[in-house]
Ligand binder design. Structure first.
Ligand SMILES: Nc1ncnc2c1ncn2[C@@H]1O[C@H](COP(=O)(O)OP(=O)(O)OP(=O)(O)O)[C@@H](O)[C@H]1O
Length: 337
């Protein structure tokens, strides 16, 4: 990232993102220092037509991966899975620093779980990974984020490109309630400007709903409203919607926090399957969930008003079985947080 190379080593100064990045589309910005997150980040209430783009992390430019191959062409091999690397990430809201030089590698084809007590900066870190943080007017940022070695904050890159390649699923399911299940899945395509025929869309809907573990439950009612599904089904519909633009990484911010234990287990099974096709980073407060679904874990902590840091990260089994740091041991065993 060009800007954050000015990452401070001593006393960091917050950098106003407004001057560093292209302004987001009109209507995405809230105003005021402590403004609420942008519409897309608001997790309750029905989404608006304008919010889905950010909610599902899609952009406005796209190479159409879904159109049928030209006659005589070979079938495309599955794209290799992507890795995401965050280096020396510091973040501010106004003058309040919430992350301090956090570095983490999120390996291709793995589920990385971000754990830690409330307020230690996990969601902020997650939003930095697909450039949603900068939609908050008071937000400041330093550090680097690379997707497969490419700087997602590089000046010439469109903000929306990062969101297209790096999708996001939020705490509360936010499908378009009145829109059909089918149209919910293809909504992302329209927003990326992709034109596809009925056959291609049919194939896409089946593929994404299957990947999201929902196909068998809805295949006979694809024209029913998305809002008529259960909470867990709606969340899987949102996962399917995110997958429709073929993200290289899927970010999940407590995707099961609004769900009952049965729906939670179904989503967890979906996550386990999905890692075959997309790299996943998940924020969770549920330690059992982190242990069940992730291969690697990062423990965030912000002690006594200091900015959040990663205390320890590594193999999930080791983090839970033999943590190196006493604070990790205490947290994963429920002694605080
Ligand atoms: N839009 C915002 N404006 C100002 N401060 C914010 C904003 N969003 C988050 N913060 C602050 O940033 C810090 C980190 O918040 P964040 O939501 O990233 O933590 P978290 O670890 O994800 O918490 P939780 O587990 O409760 O969701 C907190 O002190 C929070 O109050």
């Amino acid at each position: 990232m060009s800007v954050p190379n000015s990452v401070p080593n001593s006393v960091p100064a917050p950098q106003p993102l407004d001057s560093l990045f292209p302004a987001p589309a009109q209507g995405q910005h809230a105003s005021g220092v402590h403004a609420p997150p942008p519409a897309a980040a608001v997790t309750s209430g029905p989404p608006t037509a304008g919010s889905i783009a950010a909610a599902d992390a899609v952009g406005t430019t796209a190479v159409d991966p879904f159109l049928p191959p030209s006659p005589g062409s070979q079938p495309q091999p599955q794209a290799p899975l992507s890795s995401l690397v965050a280096r020396d990430i510091s973040a501010w809201f106004g003058t309040h620093q919430v992350l301090d030089r956090v570095s983490l590698e999120m390996a291709a084809g793995e589920v990385t779980a971000l754990i830690g007590p409330s307020g230690c900066g996990k969601s902020t870190f997650l939003r930095i990974l697909n450039r949603m943080h900068e939609l908050v007017p008071s937000a400041g940022l330093a550090g680097e984020v690379e997707l497969d070695g490419e700087d997602i904050y590089e000046r010439s890159r469109k903000l929306t490109d990062a969101r297209k390649h790096i999708g996001m699923v939020f705490q509360k399911p936010n499908p378009f309630p009145a829109m059909s299940i089918y149209d919910n899945v293809v909504a992302g395509l329209k927003l990326t400007g992709v034109k596809a025929g009925k056959e291609t869309k049919d194939e896409l809907v089946q593929r994404c709903l299957t990947s999201a573990g929902l196909w068998n439950e809805v295949k006979d009612r694809l024209r029913s409203p998305g809002g008529g599904l259960s909470g867990g089904q709606q969340q899987r519909l949102c996962i399917a919607r995110s997958l429709a633009v073929r993200p290289r990484v899927l970010l999940m911010d407590e995707p099961c926090s609004a769900l009952d234990p049965t729906s939670t287990r179904v989503i967890e099974e979906t996550i386990k399957e999905l890692r075959q096709e997309v790299t996943i980073v998940i924020v969770t407060h549920n330690m059992q969930q982190a242990a069940r679904v992730s291969q690697r874990c990062a423990f965030f902590l912000a002690s006594q008003g200091t900015p959040g840091v990663i205390v320890e990260h590594g193999d999930t089994d080791a983090m839970f079985g033999e943590p190196r740091d006493q604070r990790t041991h205490d947290y994963v065993n429920g002694r605080f947080g």
